[in-house]
Design a binder for this molecule. Structure first.
Ligand code: ADP
Ligand code: MG
Length: 255
């Protein structure tokens, strides 16, 4: 493949005692690529993320970030968890500069950067607010900025929008893609929502129910920017049906 990989996972397996959670997962994210993983709940997706983030060690397999072995190594990626998990005792701005603070970046430059991105996220005026005063969507945006400002090439987003209603979710998709177009990173995005995966990504990996294996790798052919009406186009409808069918059939086998 021509472009270098930002992230490669090779033959990863993980069990918790006798519970086989990840069986054999290999995937790659090219530099600046937006890749999604879709799979059923409880299927081992977050476990896979924790392995990539170095929080868990796999029983087998390799994790390579930017060409370097990353097994068991923390601090190499930006991570946006399923719940925004902002620190309640820190202001929004203090939350999003956290990684830079830990990395010892100059404080003033980080704050200027934070103010700029907060404005870009529609959060100007909330820099000094505490997280509990923000709506769910605003907390998600702040949480994403925190991952973005950590300055890592690879960002892992773990079902970031699953708690949001459909309209807000569509707004967040547009927002996320705008920011990503402007500030290309390599994104690995987890969802159990097939439509979301197809709208956002250039490649989708469909995982089986637990233990997770790659059922199929699908290239998403639609050019960007992708209009809202894309969801009604025959090719989009066909792909959505195909992925939904794959997931359903697999779930049936798992029962
Ligand atoms: N630290 C752990 N110890 C034991 N079981 C775990 C642990 N973490 C996750 N699991 C189990 O692994 C399975 C997969 O979990 P998870 O990776 O969170 O799935 P997903 O993110 O796809 O919903 C679940 O059955 C969960 O209970
Ligand atoms: Mg999960």
């Amino acid at each position: 493949m021509a472009d270098p990989s930002a992230l490669e996972i090779g033959g990863v397996a993980k069990s918790f005692g006798s519970l086989h959670v990840v069986e054999d997962v290999s995937l790659r994210v090219g530099k600046g690529e937006f890749v999604s993983i879709v799979g059923p709940s409880g299927g081992g997706k977050s476990t896979l993320f924790h392995i990539v983030g170095g929080l868990l060690t796999p029983d087998r397999g390799t994790v390579t970030i930017d060409g370097h072995d990353a097994v068991g190594r923390r601090g190499l990626i930006g991570y946006m968890p399923q719940q925004p998990a902002l620190l309640p005792w820190r202001t929004v701005e203090d939350n999003i500069v956290l990684a830079r603070e830990i990395a010892g970046e100059p404080r003033r430059a980080s704050r200027e950067l934070a103010r700029r991105w907060l404005a870009r996220a529609g959060l100007d005026g909330f820099a000094d607010a505490y997280p509990h005063t923000l709506s769910g969507g605003m907390q998600q945006r702040a949480s994403f900025l925190r991952a973005l400002l950590s300055d890592h090439e690879v960002l892992l987003l773990d079902e970031p929008f699953s708690a949001l209603d459909a309209i807000l979710r569509t707004d967040m998709h547009r927002w996320l893609l705008d920011i990503w177009e402007e500030n290309r990173r390599s994104i690995l995005f987890i969802t159990h929502n097939v439509e979301e995966a197809l709208l956002l990504s250039s490649t989708v990996y469909v995982l089986t129910a637990r233990p997770a294996r790659v059922l199929e790798r699908v290239e998403v052919p639609f050019p960007r920017p992708r209009p809202d009406e894309l969801v009604d186009e025959p090719e989009f409808v066909r792909l959505r049906r195909r992925l939904t069918h794959l997931l359903k059939n697999d779930a049936r086998h798992a029962i």
